[in-house]
Design a protein around this ligand. Structure first.
Ligand code: SF4
Length: 65
């Protein structure tokens, strides 16, 4: 079994899409264009409640757990 890790991910947070949760394949992710989602859309970034979205990025509520 193999695994993949992203150099931009630190404790579940994406340092490329500053401060957003790591959601592989989301808008701004290094995997955009390399993966396809079943519904054909590119998911938007989601920031933790205490984080400020990057300028120009839409805010989306974090997924419920
Ligand atoms: S969202 Fe993409 S670029 Fe960001 S840490 Fe996750 S895999 Fe890496």
């Amino acid at each position: 079994m193999s695994s993949w890790s992203c150099r931009h991910e630190v404790k579940g947070i994406c340092k490329k899409v500053v401060g957003a949760y790591c959601r592989p394949g989301m808008k701004g992710c290094v995997l955009v264009g390399k993966v396809k989602f079943e519904d054909g859309t590119i998911p938007p970034p989601v920031w933790p409640p205490e984080a400020e979205p990057a300028p120009g990025e839409p805010e989306e509520k974090p997924p419920s757990r």
